[in-house]
Ligand binder design. Structure first.
Ligand SMILES: Nc1ncnc2c1ncn2[C@@H]1O[C@H](COP(=O)(O)OP(=O)(O)OP(=O)(O)O)[C@@H](O)[C@H]1O
Length: 598
């Protein structure tokens, strides 16, 4: 694989990513190509112009010199205009592609499948957005056109030089094989190094991200020294790889310089000899010397470009890796489109579900449950029993390996993802707050009116707190809601669910962070909310679900008991043991593990 990349210098991922973008910005690239051809012509014309000026000067032809002045001015004007247009078109191509790449990547990440998202590290993803896109950007625009320009200018100038003096042209041509071999070897080394550099840079972004997100844990577990050590180690490695890259690039450029100087020196000596024996004019040598640079820099410049291209290719591969990840599947094998978006729920059934996050490790095994419509069904069980997984499957964040979930007798795959998720209001275990105002965090894009929003906040008993904030509902609550307590965040999450007003309500330990008094208040509103809806509640505090219409007890991905609280308390099973253990989450979880071990 590596050899293949080395040989071609450009692999499938790079082509797949870059080509459509270039195609999209064809106008800018066409302009850059025209400018490139104009510049090529200018190169030859200016060299010929210098030769004529030199010959006129050496032979004291003053009239010819005067005639040449407008030509020189014309060439200068065209050159300046071409450079200005080049710069504008280059910006249009580079920034246009940068914008498109960022949009593409962001859109893809938004719709990635849950299992992919959970395996990706956020810092590494951020690094792909900034670091990798910058490197690709560095290779676009006229640099990309240079990939064509350099060989073209080399061939054109070589033909022109052959026309002036065959021997000199052949001598200057000798540089080519050395430069091409060196560029291939160095290109390969730099690309490999750049890939490692990108990965460590991603790791470092991840570490910084984790430091910001987990700073409470870092402080309370006195991990500062450990984090500092990790950061130092990563930055040392980044420095080492950057230096290696710089040395490789430096060697490469120095090699190019040596090749250029040597060619010039040999050509100058040989040219002087040809002038002295009368087989070449001074003007021809000046034209030759002016053009000889164009026999060297396309090789060294292409080499420099090659270095950048290798870096960009490594980055393009990393971006394409994400874009290659499959997205959530919108349609299923059933292909039934339900016309209802806000339909009432008549029935909800988990039928013979088997699911595992990893192959061969089932979390749910042949799980069967008929959830009564418009009733409150509670799911309890030890930590890791698979309760939250049921919700994830219902939301189609994951697809079961076997079995199906049916809403109103239709497999959930019959609905579009949007339809399905519109039917569900979900209060997850952990509340995520966006960096924005309280209002934005409550509405989450919903079109609910001001009074509906305030009603929901009141029902979730968060309204007085919001009003006590400096800007009320317009107060910015900061990134990840750091200025709010766990209970306040949870009440915002409950208010969101109330605003969504969906027929199916999923509560995953929705009141676990509330104190007893607040929980009692919120429970009143939740009970009111649950009255008209099919509700599934996961709870560790069993006191909160004693009034549930139906209680399902889960163990290791299976239902081990079902019934009402009174019925289950009469049975000698897991439910009664859970009640006896105590009703708080940590106790339950730790006892759970002991049970499992036993
Ligand atoms: N994204 C994931 N990738 C891999 N394994 C997972 C993932 N999420 C959960 N698991 C595993 O699946 C099992 C069931 O997890 P789940 O969250 O459904 O349990 P739970 O009953 O809700 O637990 P808790 O009461 O502690 O929230 C656990 O062993 C857990 O480690």
């Amino acid at each position: 694989m590596t050899i293949k990349k080395f040989e071609s210098g450009i692999n499938r991922k790079v082509v797949v990513l870059i080509c459509p973008l270039i195609k999209k910005h064809w106008k800018a690239y066409s302009g850059l190509t025209i400018i490139m051809l104009i510049n090529l012509m200018l190169t030859l014309l200016i060299a010929a112009f210098f030769g004529r000026v030199m010959n006129a000067a050496v032979n004291s032809r003053l009239a010819e010199l005067t005639q040449l002045i407008p030509w020189g001015s014309g060439l200068l004007l065209v050159s300046i205009t071409a450079n200005y247009c080049n710069s504008c078109l280059q910006s249009a191509a580079v920034y246009g592609i940068e914008r498109d790449l960022k949009k593409m990547l962001y859109q893809h990440i938004l719709y990635l499948r849950a299992q992919c998202l959970t395996s990706l590290r956020s810092g590494d993803l951020l690094s792909r957005f900034s670091n990798d896109i910058n490197k690709i950007e560095n290779m676009l625009g006229s640099r990309l056109v240079d990939l064509v320009r350099m060989p073209l200018i080399y061939i054109t100038v070589f033909i022109y030089l052959l026309h002036i003096n065959i021997t000199l042209a052949l001598v200057s041509w000798l540089v080519a094989p050395i430069a091409v071999t060196a560029s291939s070897v160095f290109g390969f080394l730099i690309r490999r190094n750049s890939r490692m550099l990108n990965e460590v840079t991603g790791d470092n972004s991840q570490l910084i991200n984790e430091t910001l997100q987990g700073f409470f844990v870092i402080r309370s577990f006195v991990m500062e020294h450990l984090m500092l050590q990790r950061n130092t180690k990563q930055n040392d490695r980044i420095y080492h790889l950057q230096m290696k890259n710089a040395k490789l690039s430096g060697l490469y450029y120095v090699g190019g310089e040596i090749a250029g100087s040597l060619t010039l020196f040999v050509t100058l000596c040989l040219g002087a000899y040809f002038i002295s024996n009368g087989s070449m004019s001074v003007g021809a040598l000046v034209t030759f010397i002016t053009l000889i640079g164009h026999m060297v820099y396309p090789l060294t410049g292409a080499a420099g470009n090659w270095v950048n291209f290798q870096r960009a290719a490594a980055s393009a591969e990393r971006i394409q890796e994400i874009l290659d990840e499959p997205l959530e599947r919108e349609q299923s094998r059933w292909q039934v489109q339900s016309p209802f978006v806000h339909m009432p729920i008549y029935s909800l059934e988990f039928r013979d579900l088997t699911f595992g996050y990893d192959a061969g490790k089932p979390v749910l095994q042949h799980f069967n449950l008929k959830v009564p419509a418009d009733k409150k069904t509670a799911i309890v069980g030890l930590s890791g029993a698979g309760k939250t997984t049921l919700f994830s499957l219902l939301l189609r964040l994951y697809e079961p390996q076997e079995g199906m979930i049916l809403i109103n007798g239709l497999p959930i795959q019959s609905f579009s993802l949007k339809q399905l998720r519109t039917l569900i209001a979900h209060v997850p275990q952990e509340t995520f707050l966006f960096n924005g105002t309280v209002r934005e965090n409550l509405l989450l894009g919903s079109r609910a009116s001001e009074s509906e929003m305030i009603c929901a906040a009141r029902a979730a008993t968060i309204d007085p707190f919001i009003r006590s904030l400096p800007e009320g509902y317009d107060t910015v609550i900061g990134e990840r809601g750091m200025s709010l307590s766990g209970g306040q965040k949870q009440r915002i999450a409950i208010a969101r669910a109330l605003i969504k007003n969906a027929p199916l309500l999923l509560l995953d330990e929705a009141t676990s962070a509330l104190d007893n008094k607040t929980e009692a208040q919120v429970k009143v509103s939740l009970d009111r909310l649950m009255e008209k809806r099919t509700t599934l509640v996961i709870a560790h505090r069993l006191t909160t679900i004693q009034n549930a219409d139906h209680i399902v007890v889960m163990e290791k991905g299976r239902i081990v008991q079902e019934g009402t609280h009174h019925y289950l308390m009469m049975e000698s099973g897991l439910y009664r043991r859970l009640q006896q253990m105590g009703n708080t989450t940590p106790i339950l979880s730790s006892y759970g593990r002991r049970f499992d071990d036993a």
